[in-house]
Ligand binder design. Structure first.
Ligand SMILES: *Cc1c(COP(=O)(O)O)cnc(C)c1O
Length: 436
């Protein structure tokens, strides 16, 4: 590697670390972010000056500019990918109501205390009540760390050392190597596969039921479609077989969503006879990462009392965010899902015009957005985007805030369906900053 050797006097003009750390702006930042974070920014800026990238007298300014917004390494990203629930971007963005609830719960809070009596109270009681209000078909609810944990707890409690009956067409991989059959097998349950990849009938299930059966599992194949000569089996056809039926619906819809008619929801599944429904909190429900179990009281109670439940339980921040999501106003996920495409077009046209005024080769284009996060495969959400030259993609991604677009056919597309309207100004600023 070639190394640039700056003139020795230039190097000498770079202020020492302790001198830089005494800059009032950096003293203030150290109080907010911690001395280690600020020192790292200073050292990085000195390195840039040494490499000749910036002038020695601007090191303090560069350090201030490069400070992260928080003491966490996680940085804010504007999701312009057009994928509403982008797993790499943390899936559902929280609503303001959920953020407020998290802020309150971050202090001491009555998560396990009844303030009236001064006695210990059931953890998460009010979020469980909120879930049951939204899904009256459920007798009881339980919350764990994520969708996989909900399935793990159900399988361990109801089928360890016994059999889980599952269709060969539902032995799915959700993403990043997460395979549901492998998770189930890890609990010590045996999988009793029935039917074929494309067709499984109620008789196939019935023939497999026996003394060893823990439960029947129905998994929503949430990230792919099987078309052609196919046959699935409704939950309703399986509830009379004398064993519990557990439905893993994945997305976390509590009630039917007219825009996504093929996406299962908890209320309909329970109405159809499922005894337990498991799902994620940070997909279409639009809440924090968690797993939700809804269903029959005796079964939910068994899950909640299993020793493993303690290892899978969620923290107060999650409980607060989930309750505010369930009780609160429309979630950002719901809003982006339902955004009117004409409004998206107007926003994209306005943004493109503004960028062109700033000298950027920006064009309005029609676009297609997706739900993502392993949900609603094959559903295309009409959308609108601003198309930029591809070289914009990397600097936008590395900027503050980071803007994550979608590279398509040699262009960098900023799809506005996944961008909140109040973020349009920040997107414009970021692009103009790169273009300048
Ligand atoms: C997403 C999903 C899971 C896993 O949920 P996580 O919250 O990611 O752990 C399990 N089953 C189905 C059907 C899913 O779609």
């Amino acid at each position: 590697m070639e190394q640039q050797v700056p003139p020795a006097d230039g190097r000498r003009r770079i202020a020492r670390t302790d001198v830089l750390l005494a800059d009032p702006r950096l003293v203030e930042a150290a109080g907010r972010l911690g001395r280690g974070v600020v020192k790292a920014a200073v050292v990085a800026a000195q390195g840039r000056a040494r490499a000749g990238e910036i002038a020695p007298e601007t090191v303090a300014d560069a350090a201030v500019e490069s400070l992260p917004p928080t003491a966490s390494g996680l940085r804010p990203v504007i999701n312009a990918t057009g994928v509403l629930l982008h797993t790499n971007l943390g899936r559902a963005p929280l609503s303001d109501a959920a953020r407020d609830a998290v802020a309150v719960a971050s202090g001491a809070t009555d998560v396990e205390l009844d303030l009236d009596t001064g006695r210990r109270a059931r953890r998460g009681r009010s979020v469980l009540a909120a879930l049951l209000e939204r899904v009256p078909q459920a007798e009881a609810a339980h919350v764990v760390n994520n969708g996989a944990a909900a399935l793990l707890l159900a399988a361990t409690t109801l089928a360890a050392g016994r059999e889980i009956v599952i269709s060969r067409g539902e032995m799915v991989e959700i993403g990043d190597g997460f395979r549901i059959p492998e998770l189930l097998a890890a609990t010590g349950a045996r999988l009793r596969e029935v039917g074929t990849t494309n067709r499984t009938s109620a008789d196939d299930y019935a023939a497999a039921i026996g003394d060893e059966t823990g439960f029947i599992l129905k998994v929503h194949p949430s990230n792919f479609l099987v078309t052609g000569f196919t046959k699935g089996t409704d939950v309703a056809e399986l509830t009379g077989l004398g064993v519990p039926v557990v439905a893993d619906i994945g997305s976390g819809l509590l009630a039917p969503e007219p825009l996504l008619p093929d996406e299962p929801d908890a209320a309909s599944m329970l109405k159809g006879g499922a005894h337990l429904v498991t799902s994620s909190g940070d997909k279409l429900l639009g809440g924090p990462q968690c797993g939700i179990v809804l269903g029959r009281e005796d079964l939910v109670r068994r899950l909640a009392r299993h020793p493993l439940a303690r290892a899978l339980r969620v923290g107060k921040l999650t409980l607060a965010a989930l309750e505010a999501t369930v009780r609160g106003p429309r979630t950002p996920t719901d809003e982006t899902l339902h955004a009117d495409v004409d409004v998206l077009r107007e926003r994209a046209e306005r943004l493109a015009a503004r960028l062109r005024d700033g000298g950027v080769d920006a064009r309005f284009v029609e676009s297609e957005a997706a739900v993502g996060g392993g949900g609603a495969p094959g559903v295309v959400l009409p959308s609108a985007a601003v198309s930029l030259p591809e070289p914009f993609a990397a600097p936008l991604r590395r900027g503050t805030p980071a803007v994550m677009g979608r590279v398509d056919d040699g262009r960098c597309l900023l799809d506005l369906r996944s961008v909140r309207p109040d973020q349009d100004d920040a997107v414009a600023g970021a692009v103009l900053g790169v273009g300048a």
